[in-house]
Design a protein around this ligand. Structure first.
Ligand SMILES: [Zn+2]
Length: 328
């Protein structure tokens, strides 16, 4: 796979493995220095081990084999007792991920730690890492939303947002226990992307893999793969679409919608639903426009399997700028 992100992560794994091995070797050397007897026993164990392998191959040394096996067992027991007295559990390398031994793969499948590393890298490549430090649940400011009750809806934008925020908090708390999908609906500038970032940050901090993409960028990356353009850092991204714990597609409807993008979108949504994997979609389109833009099999999934949350009110970006300017 010719991919810079991927290659970078593989180099990191290699460094982690080297580090773990060097540390365990160092621990072994320290233990030998403190207790030369241990080194002596280890040498004996290595020798009897070789002898057992050799004797097992020859047929007429059964007695010798059994004798060597016994002394091997005795030595192993002595070693265990010695280690215990030294307060050492052993010298196996302690990898960051015990599941894959810092290789990134378990049974030829991407380990969860690799998915996590990939999603963190995607965030950093797209500069979202910096954004997440600013846009998260602890910086979400309800005060930028108006308290004036909307006559048609019978609720103020602020109370509406408070309810949405609460639901999103619950979504994060229950993540992994129940499969849930969210559809953010509403005009630009009402905080949909901000809230996507809050959820992403919360889940990434809790060790989940999250992939964020705007719809235009997502379909562009898929197209690059289809036409074999391998220059982009996004090469590995489309493969992650079905694997990450949470997929966020921001600004659905901003892409140039075609029959092909429609079918790609359906495949992504459908396979994630089948795999019980959570997806968040945000869009400026209302339900009627969604129906007009996408096929029935897409909209029926969005309506049937996603919790719709409607944002309304005035564009809060001006309000936020005003507050920031006055805070200085
Ligand atoms: Zn792992």
């Amino acid at each position: 796979m010719t991919n810079s992100i991927y290659a970078e992560i593989m180099r990191e794994y290699e460094r982690d493995r080297d580090f773990a091995k060097k540390k365990s070797e160092q621990a072994r050397r320290d233990a030998y220095r403190n207790c030369p007897k241990l080194e002596e026993i280890d040498g004996e164990i290595a020798k009897t081990g070789l002898a057992i392998a050799r004797l097992a191959l020859s047929r007429d040394s059964a007695a010798q084999l059994s004798k060597t096996r016994k002394s091997h067992t005795v030595l192993t027991e002595q070693r265990a007792a010695l280690l215990k007295s030294l307060g050492v559990s052993g010298f196996a390398p302690k990898y960051k991920c015990a599941l894959c031994g810092d290789t990134g793969f378990v049974n030829n499948k991407r380990c969860d730690c690799l998915k996590r590393r990939l999603s963190e890298k995607f965030y950093n490549v797209s500069n979202l890492g910096a954004i997440l430090s600013k846009e998260n649940f602890s910086t979400f400011d309800l005060d930028v939303y108006s308290l004036v009750v909307d006559k048609d809806r019978g609720i103020s934008p602020r109370d509406n947002m408070r309810a949405i925020l609460e639901t999103c908090g619950k979504f994060c708390d229950a993540f992994g226990k129940t499969a849930q999908n969210i559809l953010f609906l509403g005009d630009t500038g009402l905080g949909k992307t901000f809230l996507c970032n809050c959820i992403a940050k919360d889940l990434l901090d809790n060790g989940r893999s999250v992939l964020y993409n705007t719809a235009p960028r997502l379909f562009k990356a898929i197209e690059n793969i289809r036409f074999n353009r391998q220059s982009s850092a996004d090469d590995v991204m489309p493969q992650m679409l079905n694997e990450v714990d949470l997929l966020i597609i921001d600004d659905l409807g901003a892409e140039i919608s075609t029959v092909v993008t429609n079918s790609e979108l359906f495949n992504i949504l459908n396979s994630r639903l089948l795999d019980n994997k959570a997806t968040i979609i945000s869009t400026n389109l209302d339900l009627n426009k969604l129906r007009a833009t996408y096929s029935e099999r897409i909209t029926s999934r969005l309506i049937g399997y996603y919790d719709g949350m409607r944002f309304f009110g005035k564009d809060i970006r001006q309000m936020r700028k005003y507050k920031t300017a006055n805070a200085v």
